[in-house]
Ligand binder design. Structure first.
Ligand code: F6R
Length: 242
């Protein structure tokens, strides 16, 4: 695992955006796995700025997001479809048919999980997967206890995750109870993984990732089994993890 320690949110955004741009420069085309949440917002901003300066194009990029809430329409401001369009896709040159998120409103949610996996495979698999980490060590919406052999599946969200995400909704009752997420095994199939960690509240989860035992209770520890993981962490989270 390669650890890069940076200063603050701006440092993290710049380092992560540069990493992604360098990744894209080395290839004619790439499949990116993307994340939502507050941590990558600055990275998307930075990528948009670099795109506007002519430093990067996404015309040959396909993207697959990690997860989506069950039951929210794409136009719902809390859906991850909406987040990705607003904060990233509508500002760059990625063609509409090249970005993908699980369909949380699919009639048959189980079938949607299989379709999503199949599409990832047909597109050639994920080259670079961007990840954040939950305070409980989750990655994607894979909560503590999720099997390391899990593929894309439907999950019941932990109360702690619903509480953490309630800040985006009017009330906690509005936070969906279920989501579709890529599984741990699906995530580990990415050729390279880039994990972003910011803020002291992530210290405990980071400490488990760096120094704890690899175990399903802390989903992020699965990353220690992957041969190419880069962690960009701000000083606050790094110090809190010691
Ligand atoms: C989002 C996702 C989640 C978040 C995690 C951290 O697509 O998969 O695992 O990365 O909950 O969220 P923030 O960045 O809001 O602290």
């Amino acid at each position: 695992m390669d650890i890069k320690i940076v200063n603050g949110k701006d440092g993290l955004a710049k380092e992560a955006a540069n990493y992604i741009v360098e990744h894209l420069k080395k290839r004619d085309a790439s499949v990116l796995g993307l994340a939502t949440g507050s941590t990558p917002v600055g990275t998307y901003k930075e990528l948009i700025a670099m795109h506007k300066e002519g430093k990067v194009s996404f015309a040959n990029v396909h993207t697959f997001n990690l997860d989506e809430y069950v039951g929210l329409k794409n136009t719902d401001t809390n859906s991850y479809h909406y987040y990705m369009k607003e904060l990233f896709f509508s500002h760059i040159d990625v063609p509409e048919d090249q970005f993908h998120l699980p369909k949380g409103t699919a009639e048959d949610i189980e079938a949607e999980c299989h379709t999503y996996e199949k599409l990832i495979r047909q597109t050639g698999g994920i080259d670079l997967q961007l990840l954040g980490i939950g305070t409980n060590g989750h990655i994607g919406f894979n909560e503590p206890g999720t099997s390391f052999q899990s593929r894309t599946h439907v999950v019941t969200l932990d109360e702690s995750t619903r509480e953490a995400n309630a800040r985006f909704f009017d009330a906690i009752e509005d936070v969906p109870t279920h989501a579709i997420t890529m599984g741990i095994e699906s995530i580990l199939e990415a050729k390279d993984i880039l994990l972003l960690v910011a803020g002291k509240e992530k210290g405990e989860a980071l400490s488990e990732l760096l120094y704890g035992d690899v175990r399903e209770d802390i989903p992020a520890t699965a990353l220690r089994k992957h041969p190419s993981v880069t962690v960009i962490v701000d000083t606050e989270a790094y110090q809190a993890a010691k």
